[in-house]
Design a protein. Structure first.
Length: 379
């Protein structure tokens, strides 16, 4: 089946008991056992739940993996992978990551004896050098496109490095979604999502997921899922299944709108720099074309100065100043003060997260209204 059909049907077959086309939301916290230890596949809500199982099946099929474990948030999905490591193990991570991932690496798991070495996102050699700094390297962690600078990391090249050194490769696919990019087919071992973003798509549900390429890799993740208990509620699983049904339609529209906004920004004298995968130059552009269907709905710009930034947030009407991304409505944020506020000044400088960097999540409103809004704000 093609992506659009899977998005609508995978894991979402009609309810076998009633034929209901929308499967029921199973709220039961516990399930009858026929004999002690003999049950129909469900014991207790934290361990398994029929609604969550449907969502896990759907995501597995969309990412073309072998299994998925869903979590109550993106950060708990990230944590689950990190918790499969032991003290002394090492992680090599790209520099430009979601601020919450950096916080987990630098301030939580480093306390538990996990070593972290950072590398330049689009420089495979720098990843190899970082691996050599670690005493027990175990995992490579990347995002592509990255947050907030939309850097492109060559996933196949990272997979080759991971194989060369016997490491696992984890890719946060939140910005691209499986509609635009399938890291497992490019050699990744784990795909992570903050399903709070494009998968949910309506700014009304918090969730996360880990999908694995090899069946045996899901067991340790499921063990953490059950042991720590950071699982999504059945209602949140239902909202995600509902959101995913239109993922392909929304993504096309996000991309169409984003491409027009990018052209507008490129021509605008008050915009110093535009970050968007499709406008990269070769050889990065070749990687974009190799691993992404289109460039997505996120656009980041560097404004000429703070006065223009102030005018922007005083005047924008349709775009809402808010954290998060990936929903039907257009949002924007200033990573320096918002999503990436927790990073040290040194790290912000190294990354290029300046006070005049603006990250837009382009929604699926009418493009003329979005362009008019930007125009009146930047006038
Ligand atoms: C790329 C990326 N990964 C992970 C997360 C964390 O997800 P959540 O907020 O659902 O915990 C975010 C949140 O913004 C994100 O942007």
């Amino acid at each position: 089946m093609q992506f659009a059909t899977r998005a609508i049907h995978a894991g979402q077959e009609p309810d076998p008991q009633t034929g209901a086309v929308v499967p029921p939301i199973h709220l039961a916290t516990t399930f009858q056992q026929l004999e002690p230890g003999k049950h129909k596949g469900f014991e207790y809500i934290r361990t398994q739940n029929p609604t969550r199982q449907r969502l896990e099946e759907c995501l597995t099929q969309l990412e073309e993996g072998s299994a998925t474990a869903c979590f109550s948030s993106g950060v708990s999905a990230i944590s689950a992978i990190l918790q499969t490591l032991s003290p002394g193990d090492g992680i090599v991570a790209g520099h430009d990551l979601y601020g919450g991932t950096v916080r987990l690496l630098d301030k939580v798991y480093s306390q538990w004896g996990i070593e972290v070495a950072y590398a330049e996102d689009n420089n495979p050699l720098s990843f190899e050098q970082a691996i050599q700094k670690l005493s027990k390297p175990r995992l490579i962690w990347i995002e592509s496109p990255t947050n907030p600078l939309l850097n492109i990391v060559d996933i196949s090249a990272m997979s080759n490095i991971a194989k060369k050194y016997g490491l696992k490769l984890a890719v946060d696919n939140t910005f691209a979604t499986p509609y635009l990019q399938k890291p497992l087919l490019l050699g990744a071992d784990y795909v992570i999502h903050s399903s709070t973003k494009y998968l949910g798509g309506h700014s009304d549900v918090l969730g996360g997921a880990v999908t694995v390429k090899n069946t045996e890799d899901i067991k340790p993740i499921q063990f953490i899922q059950n042991s720590i208990g950071a699982v999504p509620s059945p209602f949140d699983c239902y909202l995600l299944l509902r959101g995913i049904k239109t993922l392909h339609v929304r993504m096309e529209h996000h991309c169409n709108n984003a491409e027009k906004v990018v052209q507008y920004f490129i021509a605008h004298p008050k915009v110093k720099k535009v970050y968007y995968p499709e406008i990269e130059k070769p050889p990065l552009l070749d990687i974009v074309k190799k691993q992404m269907l289109r460039s997505g709905g996120m656009v980041t710009i560097e404004l000429e100065n703070t006065e223009t930034l102030q005018k922007l947030y005083q005047r924008l009407k349709i775009f809402t100043l808010a954290e998060s991304l990936g929903a039907v409505e257009s949002l924007y944020c200033i990573p320096y003060y918002m999503t990436h506020a927790g990073l040290s000044e040194e790290k912000k400088q190294k990354l290029g997260v300046t006070p005049t960097l603006v990250r837009f999540s382009i929604g699926i409103e009418d493009i003329n209204d979005l362009l008019d809004d930007l125009q009146q704000a930047l006038k």
